[in-house]
Design a protein around this ligand. Sequence first.
Ligand code: NDP
Length: 253
Amino acid sequence: MTARLSSTVALVTGASSGIGEATARSLAAEGAAVAVLGRRRERLEQLADKIRADGGTALVVEADITDQRQAAAAVGTVVARLGRLDTVVNNAGFMGVGQFADSPIEEWERMIGVNVQGLLHITHAALPHLLRAAEDPPRRVADLVNISSTAGRVARPGTAVYNLTKFGVNGFTEALRQEVMHKRVRVSVVEPGTVDTELGTHLRDGVRQAVERQIEGMELLRPEDIADAVSYIVTRDRRVAVNEVLVRAGEQT
Ligand code: NDP
């Protein structure tokens, strides 16, 4: 354990599976006390047990971030229980795929609710605490990392609303970065390619099989590959700001 984040506190949204789970473990391995947020308490408890078994500190925070009050209360709980907030990873997300004309409205609403509004709710509640942490030892810098996607840079047929949300995340990240950079809060975006997680399991029947055919035989990224990118960003010296990291699978166009 290198413990470059010891005496700091991190919050990872969507930590009950996939990229968020791997990121929470990676930040805990760097010495951060980690608050793991999601709706599936049991999965979060299992993760917290693993982090504690490895010698780390973990706090389970059950919340639906599409609800502004739950998101704000979750951030409040983290600060009340762990004392501060130095690092936030806005990772929770949902992807619906398929021709726009055939997409159910509930699917758009869920993508916008989690990927956009949820991210804004957490960011708004967390920012005052990040600004405070950025003034304080031990690091005198704080980090907000938004998990976007290659879909935040490249639009393709079949992902129109997902593209809308992730292009939005990229634009928001860059604007906020410029707003707070002089206060030593670093705002970064990570754009993963295709990662082997549960994200695709939520796709509608028919669409899911088509996506599975597209990636058949391809060696996908693992959640740890993205966790590595996040850890790299947040462990840099305060004079360095890694604004954007795009990580594709080796064979991905
Ligand atoms: P998973 O489906 O494994 O994880 C999604 C996480 O988001 C879960 O932990 C889920 O927790 C959480 N979540 C969903 N809705 C809510 C909500 N309303 N409130 C709180 N938490 C919520 O997928 P990934 O790990 O792949 O996805 C993580 C991020 O990475 C997403 O933003 C996704 O868009 C992005 N991404 C993923 C790629 C991939 O190929 N897998 C590629 C590019 C980007 P719970 O159900 O417990 O609430």
